[in-house]
Design a protein around this ligand. Sequence first.
Ligand SMILES: CC(C)(COP(=O)(O)OP(=O)(O)OC[C@H]1O[C@@H](n2cnc3c(N)ncnc32)[C@H](O)[C@@H]1OP(=O)(O)O)[C@@H](O)C(=O)NCCC(=O)NCCS
Length: 182
Amino acid sequence: MLRGSKVGLRARHEEDIPILRTELYDDVVNASRAEAGPWRPVAPGSKDRRLVVDDPAEGHVPFSVVELEGGTLIGTANLWGIDTHNRVAHIGLGLLPSARGRGYGTDVVATLCHYGFVVRSLQRLQIETLADNTAMLRSAESNGFVREGVLRSSAWVMGEFLDEVILGLLVEDWKPKPKPGG
Ligand SMILES: CC(C)(COP(=O)(O)OP(=O)(O)OC[C@H]1O[C@@H](n2cnc3c(N)ncnc32)[C@H](O)[C@@H]1OP(=O)(O)O)[C@@H](O)C(=O)NCCC(=O)NCCS
């Protein structure tokens, strides 16, 4: 398991799947805002790639996010689009509604940076998010990501086109945060 200061990133367990499906992927507005595509219902037992336990795809590493204290499931995180030639990848995350706004998202981004830069020897990480997603923008920026551009009207979300922001972080600009107790 990867450990941040508040969260752990571990493999997807079978018992995570009904919780993630109900609390994240059945939520039409959340899924429409967080995914680059239209919401569609996810059936129980589905092999949807956001939920599968054993994903063999080399370029995509899915994690379940848990509270370090107690191990409660609080969301998902992934490194996707891993390109080992250019040594770049993208970060994605989604927390259960009850876990938002408590500093976990910022810690998930920090932990994914450790995974990308230290474990995977990447040199650039990228995040794409809606321009009005303040919590995501702040979670990225407080880990050193900088806004590199705006894709105007690039995302159709629930009846309107919204702008997306691209943020990037290079390994030489990354300042790992010290963990409590060392
Ligand atoms: C985006 C998300 C991962 C952020 O994680 P989080 O745990 O809620 O964020 P944090 O508690 O670490 O807060 C990060 C910053 O955003 C601010 N913030 C948190 N929630 C906010 C909100 N609803 N509105 C405005 N600011 C907010 C915090 O005050 C904090 O600011 P600071 O760094 O200046 O102190 C989480 O809210 C989430 O899962 N949202 C739904 C799915 C989603 O949008 N995923 C991202 C798709 S790209």
